[in-house]
Structures are given as structure tokens and as C-alpha cells.
Design a protein around this ligand. Structure first.
Ligand SMILES: [Zn+2]
Ligand SMILES: [Zn+2]
Length: 259
């Protein structure tokens, strides 16, 4: 059986509250060897730490989703760094820009995004970037910050344009693909993905959201990563075995703490 890693899921969400043991078991039975349960706000970090402590194959991140920035106007870098001391905390995010919903003012999102980048540099942990309807601004911040000092990271649930993908790759960043790539209307995304270097690709579910075909619209879970992996292998014209091995290796190249 092939091994996969779900680089981005939200196991603390209410959808999994009553059946997390089963969800984890199904993931294991599907070959999912590791998962990162991703932080969207600091008020939930204890729940994440509880989960990553309970299940050896689950890790967690620390960060504030762009939607939540409005509640963290006075955020300091130490507010983030204090949680990186946990041995199971392997990444900074999710952070970035979401100008689609714009639940938080753009300026505040940008400032908090930069603060996360600084935390990634100082902790030597990879940055997990969320970007929606903000390609240009995301590129500007990533390039400006990279000139200030290097950091590693990925664009999660990639669904942006070609230029963002190419510039992110040029910066040494990775691209993580979700079930969106299986969606009927995602032709533009598929055309971009086909040209991305395999040595920079990761896979994720972003569960409970974005279930891949054939479960589109249902509650997503880490075990469904196999559908996205299978689809991607066909799209990239490689074997599932090769896709599993490469994405697992890429994961460990950036998430060095998740050994
Ligand atoms: Zn996201
Ligand atoms: Zn997410």
C-alpha cells in the first residue's frame, strides 16, 4: 500500500468532534502516515496540542488565518513563538491574504502575514500560506520578505494563478494541492499544475472542506487524500507509487521537525 501525508487538515473542527478516533483510523488504513492539523486562531491552540499529543502521527501548526486577523490586532511575534517550542509544532500558519471574503481589513492581514514570516524565520519552521484573490499582493510580500531574510514554506490549497505559482517556486517555496484539482471546472488549475516541478509538490485535504470527487460537497477527511493523489498521478502521467514517494519526500524536505 502507498503512503501519503496530509499536509493540511483541521481535525479540531466540530465535524470531527465525536468521531476523531475513527477518522484517524480510516486515514491510517488508507495509508496516511502523517497529518498536520492546522491552526486558524490562537484561542484553539490548546485543542490542536491536545490532538497532536494524543495521536503520534498528528502534528500541529501555530498561526492566525487571514479571516481571524481582526481579533488579533495587537499580535506580537512572541505570541506565536511561544507555541513553537512544542515538539509537535512543525509549522507557522495558516497565514496570508484572503481578499475574497475580506473578513479582516487588507492592511491588517498584510501586517500579520509579515509577522508570521518573521516567526517562520526565527523559529526555522516552514510558513503555511493561504491566499485567495490576492495573487499580486501575496507575491509582493513574499518577495519583499525573502529579500530581508530567507524562510521556507508552501502555498497551501493552491488555486491561484500561474504567475504566483512560478514566483513562489522561484523563491524556493512549495505548492500544496487539495481536492480542488479534481473539480470539474478546475481546468485552468490543472493546466498550471501540469507544468509545476514534481519536486515541489505536496498534497493535502484541507478537511473538513473541499472533499475531492467523488465526495465533492460532503464532509472531507484525511483518508480521502487517496482520491486527490490518484487523480494527480493520472494528470501528471506518473504512477501513484511515484506520486506518493515524491510528495512524501517533499513534505519532509520542508517539515523537517515532523520526523
Ligand atoms: Zn486556507
Ligand atoms: Zn486550512
Amino acid at each position: 500500500m502507498n503512503s501519503f501525508i496530509d499536509s493540511h487538515c483541521h481535525l479540531n473542527f466540530p465535524q470531527f468532534k465525536d468521531n476523531l478516533d475513527e477518522i484517524i483510523k480510516r486515514a491510517t488504513n488508507s495509508g496516511v502516515k502523517k497529518m498536520i492539523t492546522i491552526s486558524i486562531k490562537l484561542s484553539q491552540i490548546n485543542d490542536l496540542e491536545y490532538i497532536s499529543n494524543k495521536y503520534s502521527q498528528v502534528y500541529n501548526s501555530v498561526g492566525i488565518h487571514p479571516h481571524e486577523c481582526i481579533n488579533y490586532k495587537d499580535l506580537s511575534i512572541d505570541d506565536l513563538l511561544q507555541y513553537t517550542k512544542n515538539p509537535k509544532c512543525v509549522g507557522i500558519g495558516e497565514t496570508g491574504l484572503d481578499f475574497y471574503y475580506e473578513n479582516s481589513p487588507k492592511n491588517l492581514q498584510s501586517n500579520i502575514f509579515s509577522l508570521h514570516i518573521d516567526a517562520a524565520r526565527r523559529s526555522n519552521l516552514p510558513l503555511i500560506v493561504h491566499t485567495r484573490n490576492a495573487d499580486k499582493e501575496t507575491i509582493t510580500i513574499l518577495e519583499k520578505e525573502m529579500r530581508k531574510g530567507e524562510f521556507s514554506g508552501l502555498i497551501h490549497c493552491f488555486s491561484a494563478g500561474k504567475e504566483l505559482a512560478e514566483r513562489a517556486i522561484d523563491l524556493g517555496l512549495y505548492i500544496s494541492l487539495s481536492g480542488i484539482v479534481t473539480f470539474n471546472k478546475a481546468n485552468d488549475l490543472r493546466n498550471i499544475v501540469k507544468k509545476l516541478p514534481l519536486e515541489r509538490l505536496l498534497i493535502e485535504t484541507d478537511s473538513p472542506y473541499l472533499a475531492p470527487v467523488p465526495y465533492r460537497g460532503k464532509c472531507n477527511e484525511p483518508s480521502y487524500i487517496t482520491y486527490t493523489a490518484d487523480f494527480l498521478a493520472k494528470l501528471l502521467n506518473i504512477t501513484l507509487d511515484e506520486l506518493a514517494q515524491k510528495t512524501t519526500k517533499n513534505f519532509h524536505d520542508i517539515f523537517k521537525k515532523a520526523i
